[in-house]
Design a protein around this ligand. Structure first.
Ligand SMILES: *Cc1c(COP(=O)(O)O)cnc(C)c1O
Length: 390
């Protein structure tokens, strides 16, 4: 762990006590309302003229959502942040704020599948072209950048776990006048702060670690006020993918334990990844801390990684025999989850998809939850014993 990473300082950034408001409740209230009323005609006029900033309608400003946005901005070291009803609403609204027909963007390969599908369908229909590059190959990235409008990063990527030198990629983008955006859902702001590495905008699927309890679908983007204002004023109101007050409240609740949860996911996942790597049935473990040293700016690892079995293992028997690991997508909550690579690789989807996501059919993706390392390891060992027999 780098000395630049101060674990306790992360926790001290998390405050959601809305002092002086709402009876000084230690937990901020859910302001569950669609609209806010004005005291008189003049206040309405002043608000509509922009002379007074106050909530009008919850698709715009909502106080509970605003508390979550401020918490996240502080944790990412950002001037401002904007919450959305899902990670995908965040990704689509952010990208669409900065591209026009005829533009081209660059994306690292193996990005989150629905981000890839958004690029391949909606963006291409808008005549925005996409060049995919291996984010580990900085020469290839430098070659792809001239003339591009935006570079879309994700590190580590959420199946094969390619970890990039985010600071180096951000510097290249800046040299070429290309706006950089990163999906930081995997590391969370606890382990990676992309804005401090020179990235322009950082976004999250808050459905994962920020929420942390598998009970909310949400997203958030953070960065300089001028860029966030552009998304807030030019895209969010019309695409309308606004975060709801109740979901914001769940995120505020979840984020209070984010640093502690991340440390627990990290410790358990690292231990299990090392033990898996020592097994004779395992070909390769795809975990950024096992591949090599962590790239600069990544100060820890989360609970999500994958591994590839050697041929001859019955993956169906393995999955069906697991007790604690449940078959299911998503990740970031208390529970441990497994997704078999062959199901993903052979799903009903455009053929280019499996290749783009880089999923090996002999691989499985694990999310290591908070049930405890030894219990999870026993579960895996017993299922592997059954899967070996056929
Ligand atoms: C889940 C996920 C998303 C999409 O977020 P939703 O909240 O499901 O819309 C984006 N990026 C990554 C890395 C994800 O895991």
């Amino acid at each position: 762990m780098s000395e630049a990473f101060d674990f306790l300082q992360q926790a001290s950034l998390i405050t959601a006590h809305d002092e002086g408001n709402a009876f000084d409740a230690v937990v901020p209230p859910i302001v569950q309302t669609s609209l806010f009323t004005f005291s008189d005609y003049d206040e309405m006029v002043a608000t509509y003229r922009g002379e007074k900033v106050r909530p009008v309608y919850s698709r715009g400003l909502n106080p509970t959502v605003r508390i979550f946005e401020e918490m996240l901005a502080k944790l990412e070291g950002a001037e401002d942040a904007l919450g959305f009803g899902s990670g995908m609403a965040t990704i689509s609204s952010t990208v669409l704020s900065f591209v026009s027909p005829g533009d081209r963007i660059v994306a690292v390969r193996h990005v989150y599948p629905d981000a890839f599908r958004f690029f391949e369908t909606m963006l291409k229909r808008m005549r925005v072209d996409v060049t995919y590059v291996d984010g580990r190959d900085e020469d290839a990235v430098a070659k792809a950048l001239p003339g591009a409008k935006l570079i879309y990063l994700e590190s580590p990527t959420s199946w094969v776990m390619d970890a990039h030198d985010v600071g180096a990629l951000a510097a290249l983008a800046r040299q070429h006048g290309v706006l950089s955006v990163i999906d930081n859902s995997w590391a969370s702001p606890v382990f990676q702060k992309p804005l401090s590495l020179g990235v322009d905008l950082v976004l999250h699927s808050a459905s994962k670690y920020l929420g942390g309890h598998s009970d909310v679908v949400a997203g958030v983007v953070a960065g300089p006020k001028a860029l966030i204002d552009k998304i807030r004023n030019e895209t969010l109101p019309y695409l309308g993918g606004k975060l709801s007050p109740f979901d914001a409240w769940l995120l505020i609740r979840g984020m209070r334990t984010l640093p502690i949860r991340m440390k627990a996911h990290e410790a358990s996942a690292l231990e299990i990844a090392h033990r898996l790597q020592a097994l004779d049935v395992v070909d390769k473990v795809c975990h950024p801390a096992l591949a090599n040293t962590l790239p600069p700016g990544l100060y820890g690892t989360s609970g999500l990684f994958s591994f590839i079995f050697k041929p001859g293992i019955n993956i169906r028997a393995f999955c069906d025999h697991l007790q604690l690991f449940k078959l299911g997508v998503s990740w970031g909550g208390h529970e441990s989850l497994i997704v078999p690579g062959d199901v993903v690789a052979n799903q009903k989807a455009p053929p280019s998809f499996a290749e783009a996501f880089g999923v090996d059919p002999l691989s499985v993706r694990l999310h290591i939850g908070l049930e405890g390392t030894e219990a999870l390891w026993s579960d895996l060992q017993e299922a592997i014993a059954v899967a070996k027999e056929g």
